[in-house]
Design a protein around this ligand. Structure first.
Ligand code: NI
Length: 169
């Protein structure tokens, strides 16, 4: 397995809609396991393929790093959303050091395929629901800062720019 480089905000791949995976072959499996290993190393709870430069509809999630019960999702689709939208602190591995409040649905149902190609559906609540919504957004080229009010988004962009100019991004 290998550790992959996480692409930071500003990289064009993060603004590209990811392709549907037609065949779950050895490359996809290797990619999924490498993404998991990378996510665990940086203590993330979710990672989407575009974040490591691969524009395909694959993401990995594990909200309890102590238990290590990863979910690998191929072509995930959120098929229903319920509850109200709730505000919660969110970060993104492509925005190191930034945490902002984002409104997300409290509960969702997501349908996806696992690495064996089996179609599964899970009902997710609270943190898991939040993380899945965040990761599926990545596959649609949407980022958590898109939910922020204009002034806040500009502020984040300005800070990213200065980090980049200082060579820290
Ligand atoms: Ni993210």
């Amino acid at each position: 397995m290998a550790i992959l480089e996480i692409k930071k905000y500003g990289n064009v791949v993060l603004r590209k809609k990811a392709e549907v995976i037609l065949q779950i072959d050895a490359n996809i499996k290797r990619l999924a396991y490498n993404m998991l290993e990378t996510m665990y190393l940086v203590l993330g709870v979710g990672l989407a393929a575009p974040q490591i430069g691969m524009s395909v509809r694959l993401c990995v999630v594990d909200i309890d790093l102590s238990k290590r019960s990863p979910v690998i999702m191929i072509n995930p689709t959120i098929i229903s959303r319920d509850g109200s939208k709730i505000l919660g602190k969110e970060g993104c591995l492509s925005f190191p050091g930034f945490y902002e409040n984002v409104k997300r649905y409290e509960g969702i149902v997501v349908r996806y395929r696992d690495l064996n190609g089996e179609e599964l559906e899970i009902k997710a609540q609270n943190l898991l629901a939040r993380v899945v919504q965040h990761e599926v957004d990545h596959l649609d080229a949407k980022l958590f800062i898109d939910y922020l009010p204009e002034w806040k988004r500009r502020f984040v962009e300005k800070k990213v720019k200065s980090s980049r100019n200082a060579g820290n991004w």
